[in-house]
Design a protein around this ligand. Structure first.
Ligand code: URP
Ligand code: ZN
Ligand code: ZN
Length: 472
């Protein structure tokens, strides 16, 4: 099957080009600037080429499919499980122009990493609409686990998330983190850190609850940005001692960004992502009355608005190099409800896998980031960071034909009534968006077009990933 995408503006991390794109089977076969005549057979091109389908992308952007490097489908948390399955969550991702996710396999205390990996394969394999990989959450550091990290790397899972938060659940001590970092360093793997000082936070939470401060806003007030900054500094120090590359996940606070910036300026292999919720939502949302604030409970929490300018600046300076969603949906009814009367029992997480490309496009519209930077932070850098480039994250000959046709002028309003995520609310309800995905191709298959999902079930393949491509 040969598909010709003609008339569009190809946007990559390095710039824009009026070009035609020829897809042959699962791969991009050619990208040809129209000034040079375009791909043969395209309108305005030099001469006829056989294509089974011609897609007219006039007036549209032609983007590499988005890569969301931080999702939680079917994730057990706080006595419940995140509401999107791999099937529903990856379908929603494709609707929003994301063609690859990297989800987290979660080691339960007492279980092995390899058994965990098998369990996550059983959930995902044959069910995903788009390609997918895994990171591994390490919550039980012991001799067996440390050895198994090498086997995970061999199995294409070479990034290990650890937690300085959630004592008694995922929390690891500084000593355990150091050991895991040393092991990861030997294997060339990346440690990803949830950097919040969970020990101190738990004291603040206990004080708040004892004083009767039980509503959702206190989730935010008991997790101050200083405790994210402190933990980020500590993680960076531990990584330096261990000689391990470090990736800070879901960075939300200027305090943490300062620590990352300083480490990067000093030449350390430290990287960080932020998420759309920290760019667009705030502590004011957590303070919504009638328990509505529960919809916005995630960790780290939403911050005061002044942090947002720092995050946008970090995205421009590359101290923040990736935007992922941390998609972790819990329904308002029945799931978020678990924490009515005790904010500490509200399952942590916000849905967003469908809206990342659109939300970050608003950053282009508002002049916060350039068009190529939009593609870089949502597709190209995640591909390089997590060992998927140049198969993913770029429009060039030889790459997978993961392609999004994006209409930059379309208008839409985000709503739970129209989104495709399996969750009963939208954190962005009523938000007006400029731009919309017209069509999504996953490895040469049109999986979404004309407002209809056309992807064959189980089309998505597991991606065994190479090592991070930024390490010096
Ligand atoms: O609140 C969040 N972020 N939920 C998902 C788990 C995590 O820490 O990433
Ligand atoms: Zn986390
Ligand atoms: Zn997460």
């Amino acid at each position: 099957m040969r598909i010709l995408i003609s008339g569009g503006t190809v946007v990559t991390a390095s710039g824009t080009l009026d070009a035609d794109v020829l897809v042959d089977g699962e791969k991009i076969a050619a990208v040809a600037g129209r000034e040079e005549g375009g791909v043969q057979g395209a309108p305005g091109g030099r001469s006829a080429v056989q294509a089974d389908q011609v897609i007219d992308a006039t007036g549209k952007y032609v983007l590499p499919g988005g890569i969301d490097a931080h999702t939680h489908m079917e994730m057990p948390f706080g006595g419940t499980s995140s509401a999107d399955t791999f099937e529903t969550g990856t379908r929603a991702a494709a609707w929003g122009g994301t063609t690859t996710i990297i989800d987290f396999a979660v080691q339960a205390k007492g279980s092995s990493l390899l058994a965990t990996l098998d369990k996550w394969h059983a959930k995902a394999d044959g069910n995903c609409a788009i390609d997918y990989g895994f990171h591994m959450i390490v919550s039980d550091v012991n001799d067996t686990t440390l050895k198994e990290m090498d086997a995970c790397v061999t199995a294409g899972v070479n990034s290990f998330k650890m937690f300085m938060a959630y004592p008694g659940v995922f929390y690891a001590t500084d000593g355990e983190i150091l050991l895991a970092m040393q092991q990861a360093a030997r294997a060339g793997a990346l440690v990803m850190m949830h950097a919040e000082n969970g020990i101190a936070i738990d004291q603040l939470v206990a004080q708040a609850l004892a004083a009767g401060r039980t509503s959702p806003v206190h989730h935010g007030l008991t997790r101050p940005p200083e405790l994210e900054g402190e933990a980020t500094n500590r993680a960076i120090t531990l990584a330096k001692v261990a000689g391990c590359p470090l990736y800070i996940v879901h960075l939300s606070a200027a305090h943490a960004l300062d620590a990352v910036t300083e480490a990067r300026d000093a030449g350390q292999n430290v990287f960080a992502e932020t998420c759309p919720q920290y760019l667009y939502l705030s502590l004011e949302d957590l303070a919504r009355p009638d328990f509505e604030g529960a919809k916005y409970v995630c960790s780290p929490p939403l911050r005061t608005r002044d942090h947002q300018a720092a995050l946008w600046r970090g995205l421009r300076t590359n101290d923040l190099s990736v935007v992922s969603t941390d998609h972790c949906p819990f329904c308002f009814k029945e799931q978020k409800e678990l924490g009515r009367g005790d904010f500490a029992k509200i399952p942590n997480g916000i849905p967003g896998v469908e809206h990342r490309m659109d939300l970050l496009h608003q950053g282009v519209v508002a002049g916060e980031i350039t068009l190529p930077r939009w593609v870089e932070i949502t597709a190209t850098t995640p591909a390089r960071m997590f060992g998927l480039y140049p198969g993913k994250g770029v429009i060039q000959a030889g790459a997978d034909a993961d392609i999004v046709i994006y209409d930059p002028a379309a208008q839409q309003s985000l709503s739970a009534a129209t989104h495709h995520m399996n969750v009963d609310y939208s954190a962005y309800e009523g938000m007006q968006i400029t731009g919309k995905v017209d069509m999504t191709l996953s490895r040469g298959r049109v999986v979404m077009e004309d407002g209809e999902f056309r992807g064959p079930p189980g089309h998505g393949r597991f991606l065994s990933r190479d090592l991070c491509q930024y390490l010096t």
